[in-house]
Design a protein around this ligand. Structure first.
Ligand code: SF4
Length: 165
């Protein structure tokens, strides 16, 4: 059972909230901090469609933020589609880990926003299950996308959602 994109976001948010509680002491993420809201983000068609269906007025009559930052930022550095922001935006700021196979060996990589780097426990010493491991949610999103797109998934630039973009 794949579920809807809303259900997918709910399960992402549930996991993210649990990690935010664990790492509250080091997280500086707050409304108005837009360091991770870079320009050029693309989303899957199913996420784009979710934004189109809920923010038609903004997309048809609003103006994108000037180039150099995400088109959906407002003048105060806040997201204009926060409740419906894409998956990639929901996990920013957390300690992230992922595995890559290098010469047949699984190598773990980690990353965190530089603004959240400082904390009681160095990033590399945080328990694995206290990091967000990339892969699982991406896999579920890809499955939802595959079904919705007849097996021909495509990426959509956020800026391109604006009629005036
Ligand atoms: S959609 Fe919102 S949260 Fe995501 S990068 Fe753009 S402004 Fe930031």
């Amino acid at each position: 059972m794949l579920g809807s994109i809303e259900e997918f976001y709910r399960s992402v948010d549930e996991r993210v909230r649990a990690l935010e509680r664990l790492h509250a002491g080091r997280l500086n993420c707050r409304k108005g901090c837009s360091s991770c809201c870079v320009d050029g983000i693309t989303v899957s068609e199913v996420e784009a469609e979710n934004i189109r269906s809920k923010h038609l007025e903004l997309l048809e009559n609003g103006s994108p933020h000037r180039e150099g930052a995400c088109a959906f930022l407002d003048s105060e550095g806040a997201c204009r589609i926060y409740e419906d922001r894409p998956y990639v935006c929901r996990t920013q700021g957390l300690p992230l880990r992922w595995l890559e196979v290098v010469e047949d060996i699984a190598v773990e990589y980690r990353d965190i926003c530089p603004l959240n780097e400082e904390g009681e426990t160095p990033l590399e010493e945080i328990d694995s299950d206290e990091c967000l491991t990339l892969g699982e949610f991406e896999g579920r999103l890809a499955e939802i996308e595959k079904v919705r797109s007849d097996g021909r998934p495509r990426r959509v630039p956020l800026r391109g959602l604006f009629v005036n973009g």
